[in-house]
Design a protein around this ligand. Structure first.
Ligand code: SF4
Ligand code: SF4
Length: 497
């Protein structure tokens, strides 16, 4: 890995609000998508002529379509409650990474073109023209927001900066200024079916290899089925689960759970991706097209349940959007009428006494849990409020003996983003990713020092990939992050084993 040219922040005791450093991150921009990447998604291949008028027109369209955006543009009273709540501000000190300032990048333009005062007395109300400098600021700072929604928890008006970021990215895509990383990945899903671009035969080989490895390990024929018609469950999981470490350990865990419970299941080569980067770029059509593969696969295979693996934003899309995008789910078993999270499945089996564990198999680990943003603040699990906080922790404490939560203000709905969410998990943004991880690293340091924690579990593919990269910058072992079902896999009792 090339050494990035920046200084890793020093770990302090949370919370320390940094000194403001004007323009500290103004140099950082992700690569712009090339013409072929853009046009494959139906976007202009480069910045269009007359881009300013087209961007304003697109903003008008979004303000009409999403009433929330209009409310967010008008409602902010600049109380400042959100200003120190963003991990990217806390990690960089750049005032434009304060959520209110990030919103203001769009709000100033909104006022200029969509309000009476801004049209006639722009200086009085802080309204500005959409110039090339303003557009460049948008590109930079709307790609320094992971759409984590932490700021919205603290806003007395409930203003959601993530939605503003999504709108800004949608406007930029529409004038030919899309982000390479996210748009390239979306293109791969359309062409091949998953973010990593793994073709069906390679996926089949991988799953056969996993069956052999698991047989060597357990002595049992634990299946990793692909495209099996008539299976009860269709598992939709992030493609990182097929190849990446530590992700694959959780996939093995899901397979063991289904095996132990006697549930027939299958993966699909057509819908071999849970992730949905259409949400990151704020584009409803892209989000729908990606999701549609799930409906097509479920109907083709004739499954009765849909279960989603460990992926934070995928669960948000599944929980909050799938019904509108690809519903109705009237073909599913009425006992499981909506898609479930794999943690709900496992937790339910544990509560019913259908799974048993050797908890001491995880005794080498002292575990903490990182709540992933999109699960914590944009979805739910189970049928009680806060189930998304209770269920993963209940699974962990059912399969392991040693668990300590991090500081309360850094978990549950106050959790800090890993620093790589929202389409920012790309090496061209490594400086932002490292600095944005600072608040989570500080909270982790406290439980490492106070409780000897040596393992941080999480249920998000992006969090796993991000932490694997940034933990070493802060002096931690990259192997100390893993999935909840990695712990399940280690402890579950199978057959006589
Ligand atoms: S949504 Fe998250 S990343 Fe974006 S401004 Fe708010 S706290 Fe920061
Ligand atoms: S907390 Fe809400 S109202 Fe206050 S400055 Fe932030 S966005 Fe505006």
């Amino acid at each position: 890995m090339a050494t990035a040219a920046f200084e890793t922040p020093k770990l302090k005791s949370y919370p320390v609000i940094p000194l403001v450093q004007d323009g500290a991150m103004s140099h950082l921009k992700p690569f712009v998508a090339s013409g072929p990447i853009q046009t494959a998604l139906g976007f202009p291949g480069e910045l269009v002529d007359d881009w300013q008028n087209k961007a304003i027109a697109k903003m008008g369209e979004l303000l009409g379509k999403y009433r929330s955006l209009q409310v967010y543009m008008d409602a902010c009273v600049h109380c400042g409650a959100c200003s120190d709540k963003c991990h990217y501000f806390l990690g960089t000190g750049d005032p434009k990474n304060m959520p209110v300032a990030r919103q203001d990048l769009m709000r100033k333009v909104y006022r200029r073109y969509f309000t009476f005062a801004g049209k006639h007395f722009p200086k009085l109300v802080g309204a500005v023209d959409l110039t090339r400098d303003v557009l460049d600021d948008w590109y930079s700072y709307y790609h320094q927001c992971s759409e984590c929604r932490r700021c919205s928890v603290f806003c007395p008006y409930g203003i959601d900066t993530a939605e503003v970021t999504m709108a800004a990215r949608e406007i930029m895509d529409s004038i030919g200024m899309g982000q390479k990383y996210s748009n390239e990945i979306i293109g791969k899903v359309h062409r091949i079916g998953n973010n990593l671009g793994i073709p069906g035969p390679a996926l089949e080989n991988t799953l056969e290899g996993l069956e052999e490895d698991t047989k060597d390990d357990t002595g049992l024929d634990i299946k990793f089925p692909l495209n099996v018609k008539g299976a009860e469950v269709l598992l939709i999981t992030p493609s990182a689960d097929f190849f990446s470490e530590p992700h694959v350990e959780s996939l093995i865990g899901y397979a063991k759970v289904f095996h132990a419970a006697g549930i027939s299941w299958t993966l699909s080569s057509h819908a071999s991706e849970a992730g949905n980067f259409g949400m990151f770029i704020g584009n409803y059509e892209q989000m729908r097209n990606i999701s549609m593969r799930v409906r097509e696969a479920a109907l083709e295979l004739g499954v009765k349940r849909i279960v989603v693996g460990e992926c934070g934003h995928a669960w948000r899309v599944a929980y909050s959007f799938w019904n509108t995008l690809i519903g109705p789910f009237d073909y599913l078993d009425p006992r499981y009428p909506v898609p479930q999270h794999i943690c709900e499945v496992t937790d339910d089996l544990i509560q019913r006494g259908a799974l048993h564990f050797h908890k001491d198999a995880n005794d080498d680990k002292i575990i903490t849990f990182h709540d992933s943003c999109n699960v914590a603040r944009a979805s739910r699990m189970g049928n009680v409020p806060g189930g998304q906080f209770v269920i993963p922790r209940r699974i962990i404490t059912s399969v392991a003996n040693h668990f300590h939560d991090m500081a309360l203000q850094t978990i549950h709905e106050g959790t800090f983003c890993c620093g790589g969410g929202g389409g920012l998990l790309t090496d061209d943004l490594m400086e932002l990713r490292v600095k944005g991880a600072l608040p989570r690293m500080e909270a982790l340091k406290d439980v490492v020092e106070d409780h000897d924690v040596n393992f941080m579990a999480t249920i998000c593919a992006i969090c796993k990939a991000q932490f694997t990269k940034v933990l070493p910058y802060y002096g931690f072992n990259m192997g100390m992050v893993g999935g909840v079902h990695q712990l399940v896999s280690k402890a579950i009792r199978l057959g006589d084993k």
